[in-house]
Write a protein that binds this ligand. Sequence first.
Ligand code: PMV
Length: 333
Amino acid sequence: MKKTTVVTTILGKKSNKLPDQDVASVFAPTNIALCKYWGKRDSELNLPVTSSFSLSLGKKGTKTELKVSDTAYDVILLNNKEVDSSSEFYKRLAAFLDLFPVHRAMRFYVNTQSNIPTAAGLASSASGFAAIVMALNQLFCWGLSYQKLSILARLGSGSACRSIWQGFVEWHAGTQNNGMDSYGEPFPHTWPELCMGLCIVSTKEKYISSREAMKRTIETSPFFAEWPNKVNMDLPILKQAIINKDFHLFGKVSESNAMSMHATMLSAWPPIHYAVPETILIMKKVWELRQQGLPLYFTQDAGPNLKLLFLEKDKEQIQQYFTSIEILQPFLE
Ligand code: PMV
């Protein structure tokens, strides 16, 4: 099935309505998966092999301003600077806008402001696609449900379907071929004491996109067959650990899930290794500190940066050990 079919199914008669307001302005948070999405069962619609589970990062994310432009082409700005139409960023966003019938009749001015490094494994595309979908919904007064917005955001980037909400979000893999049952759902529990420390060791673009890396892993890794079992085991334990506020179990499952995802990549051919030397040094430091009794864990996505997981009570100590980290408390932002 094509993406455009999904879009027209969701929009129905709403699609050709002219803007009821001049400008839309929305914010979508970035999200970090604690139980990862790795592998697509449909690469056109970004339908995942397994469900996944994430935490949205409060004020970290993308603010998007959208209005109709009288230019012959879309004007796209990233952090207030006009983006060249030959760049990947421009092409990806313009292609996404093309899925919407309204784009046939008009061009847009899109100003995307992101306070996270683009393409460094910090899910900037997740908040970016969630924000553009929410902005279209606001500009054209479509009144779509969050569930439908989540499905539309998924067409831009899989993990974007979790960035429609703050807090913990589960992305249900679904089973339907059209993906109408593959969307995010907020997990109704909070954890105000939970902290995430962003360890940025590199802001360079990732050397292989997550799309390519997933494809190569599925096609060549002998361990990928085990991955869905790992997720099916981890996901219910993670949710129960949140309900019970069992931080050790929560940290253990999150870290182990990330390491297993990277193990499937290491065993792909050619191997995929997103870490840089600093990534490994930080992992070793976390393991050493944990052995000394500090409740500290990490997770890693498709990039070299680590996200540390710990509780508020250990904030100061952790800031001393990792002087350059930025600490977020997602439920208090
Ligand atoms: O949504 P994508 O194509 O950027 O893939 C995201 C993949 C991971 O960040 C590694 C895992 C996840 O669940 O977010």
